[in-house]
Design a binder for this molecule. Structure first.
Ligand code: CA
Length: 239
């Protein structure tokens, strides 16, 4: 199997060389760019399997690089992991909304970086198991069940069971749960959850989403910890 290629966009030389070493030692082919301009040039010649994107770059910002990548049909589907510095939570949120797949804040642990990289690469493969993430469709009389751990969802009847007990969710809670599950472990920002579950034409604040999520969690009982709060950013469903 040929090596997977990773483009690391990072202007801090120490971080860049550490990340490069670690990735190369795990068998990845690594390309680097120390500015947004250089990154975009690299991308014209070479399409990587994954991009690590520092947000604070000289010249073109990381967010602008992200936008250009996502607007380029040829590059739009490449998984992107944002690497942010402390205090850049707002930029991270914008990044996730512009289509980045995940993020990591500095200083980060190399093992965590590797875990995120591997998870993103697995998810991006079209036929990989994780694209049907632990969601086993039951083969009995109906195939309209999603089963994840102790959660069973009857999609046809909009009913959710925890450990075989029916739980009464509001329709917003139900849609939030499905949106989180469908995002396959990606972080969803509050705005994305509002779009997915409530509809972006209604007037909803971030706080409203938190209230719905709190209520949804309390109803999920033993499965409540599957919904993880990502501080300053949003929520993630752990698969
Ligand atoms: Ca930087």
């Amino acid at each position: 199997m040929s090596k997977e290629h990773i483009l690391v966009i990072e202007d801090e030389k120490d971080i860049l060389s550490m990340v490069r070493l670690r990735l190369e030692s795990r068998g990845f082919a690594v390309f680097t760019a120390e500015s947004g301009e250089l990154a975009l040039q690299q991308l014209e010649e070479h399409k990587p399997d994954l991009i690590l994107l520092d947000l604070m770059l000289p010249g073109i910002s990381g967010l602008e690089v992200l936008k250009r990548i996502r607007n380029n049909q040829n590059l739009a589907k490449i998984p992107i992991l944002i690497v942010s510095a402390l205090g850049e939570e707002n930029d991270v949120v914008v990044g996730l909304e512009r289509g980045a797949d995940d993020y990591l804040s500095k200083p980060f642990n190399m093992s965590v970086l590797m875990a995120r990289v591997n998870a993103l690469l697995r998810r991006s493969k079209p036929n990989h198991e994780e694209n049907k993430p632990n969601i086993e469709k039951k083969k009995d009389d109906s195939e309209d069940f999603i089963v994840i751990g102790s959660i069973r969802i009857d999609i046809k009847r909009y009913r959710v069971f925890i450990e075989d007990k029916l739980v009464a969710l509001t329709s917003t809670e139900y849609r939030l749960l499905l949106a989180l599950i469908a995002s396959k472990g990606r972080v969803l920002t509050r705005n994305q959850l509002i779009d997915e579950a409530i509809g972006n034409d209604s007037i909803v604040t971030d706080r409203t989403i938190d209230v719905h999520l709190t209520s949804l969690r309390s109803k999920l009982g033993s499965a409540r910890n599957l919904i993880e709060t990502v501080r300053g950013v949003g929520y993630r469903f752990q698969l």
